[in-house]
Design a protein around this ligand. Structure first.
Ligand SMILES: Cc1ncc(COP(=O)(O)O)c(C=O)c1O
Length: 403
């Protein structure tokens, strides 16, 4: 299949868009459910959903209606005033996470940034300022200075140093290393319950127990970054539940608005009690449009039975993916993930798989050099899984043939 790039679009971007992204050679103009269409009307099955954002797929009728209706009613008033939707969304997120309070922002990195600040504020208010954070190797928490400081990848960090000097990185899933790193100087441990950009690496329950123990021993807070793994993606409302650990703070973003930018820091009462008026803020955060979209996503996730659907389809996805992997032991090293969040670790650079998959009509992405990342829309059905993974199977053959 030939992919279609719009030459005018590409040329204009080349002149005027800051070149921070190396884009794939395709211009998408339309979507419907789990399908995307390029400028020539060619169809692609989407196994990436805009990096875990389009949880309800594309042009979802309920989300489309909600956003259009809200846009025609009232989009934004700022956080200087009340509006009817922010409290309702906070309440729903509290019921889902067990953390009673929410601070709304516009992206994942802002959600993490808020969590880091609230952790520092907690210790400051207690009269025992703690500055240090413990984070994981292979972590990714975003591109703003605080989030970047707890992100391990040197490629992202080095050009922007000095970052926060008070971060210790420990090996993922190494309980002993964690116990050694966390002390009574640690403000918070921060971890993704499933490392996303780091190659779809779920934390083990044993490591979850080590986090809980380190927090209990030292008083350190635990920040769970569920920006990628949260809100049903893994078949759990949040993957920290699978680890049996109770975070004090949770960062969410990506899927929350189904494509409308919205993030949130979810906060325990203990931490919330240490935060005062004016400690943190944002102009857009939690505006009416964002909240309306997020309420629609949560309606589908909980009332609409999406969580149960993810469990079922996720099992089918896993079985089909493992069968594809088993056929080529020389190419596929490991299959990792949960629910509808999967990584196929190859024995070599996974970059060629992305254009090969596009040419076969399926959208995937590479992360951590060797991992093919799969984050389909949560509404994907079993027949769509079969079709999409058959296309990926063919793309892996194409890549294998030229290797
Ligand atoms: C776990 C995690 N945290 C934070 C972020 C940053 O989110 P955003 O790109 O919306 O700022 C990402 C983005 O990929 C992520 O995967």
């Amino acid at each position: 299949m030939t992919m279609v790039m719009d030459d005018v679009v590409v040329a204009r971007e080349a002149r005027h868009v800051l070149q921070t992204y190396r884009r794939q050679p395709v211009t998408f103009v339309r979507g419907q459910g789990v399908r995307l269409y390029d400028a020539a009307g060619r169809e692609y099955l989407d196994l990436l959903s805009g990096i875990g954002v389009a949880a309800l797929g594309h042009a979802h009728p309920g989300l489309t209606r909600a956003v259009a209706d809200q846009a025609a009613t009232l989009i934004h008033t700022s956080n200087l005033f009340f509006h009817p939707l922010q409290g309702e969304l906070a309440e729903r997120l509290a019921n889902l996470s067990g953390l009673p309070r929410a601070f709304f922002c516009n992206s994942g990195t802002e959600a993490v940034e808020a969590c880091l600040k609230f952790a520092r504020r907690y210790w400051y208010t207690k009269g025992e300022p703690r500055q240090e954070f413990v984070a994981l190797d292979e972590s990714f928490h975003g591109r703003t200075f605080g989030s970047l400081s707890v992100t391990s990848d040197e490629h992202y960090r080095t050009p922007f140093e000095p970052l926060l000097q008070t971060v210790t990185f420990v090996k993922t899933n190494d309980a002993r290393a964690l116990a050694r790193a966390v002390s009574t100087k640690t403000a918070a441990i921060i971890a993704e319950p499933v490392l996303g950009e780091g190659g779809i690496r779920p934390l083990t329950p044993a490591f979850g127990a080590a986090i809980a123990e380190a927090c209990a021993k030292t008083g350190a807070l635990f920040i769970a970054d569920e920006v990628q793994s949260g809100l049903g993606r893994t078949g759990y409302p949040f993957y920290f539940k699978a680890l049996g650990v109770h975070p004090h703070l949770v960062a969410v973003g990506k899927a929350l608005g189904g494509g409308v930018p919205v993030g949130a820091a979810l906060v325990s009462q203990e931490v919330a009690d240490t935060i005062s008026f004016g400690d943190h803020g944002t102009t857009y955060g939690g505006n009416l449009l964002a909240c309306r979209a997020a309420l629609c996503v949560l309606d589908e996730l909980i009332g609409g039975g999406l969580l149960a659907h993810i469990g079922r389809v996720g099992r089918h996805f896993e079985q089909t993916l493992r069968a594809i992997a088993a056929k080529r032991p020389a190419l596929v090293k490991e299959v990792r993930g949960a629910g509808l969040m999967w990584g196929l670790e190859l024995t070599r650079d996974a970059a060629p798989v992305v254009p090969a998959a596009l040419a076969r009509g399926v959208v995937v992405n590479r992360t951590a050099e060797t991992v093919v990342r799969l984050l389909p829309p949560l509404i994907i059905t079993e027949p769509d899984v079969d079709e999409a993974l058959a296309r990926l199977d063919a793309a892996l053959d194409d890549v294998g043939a030229v290797a």
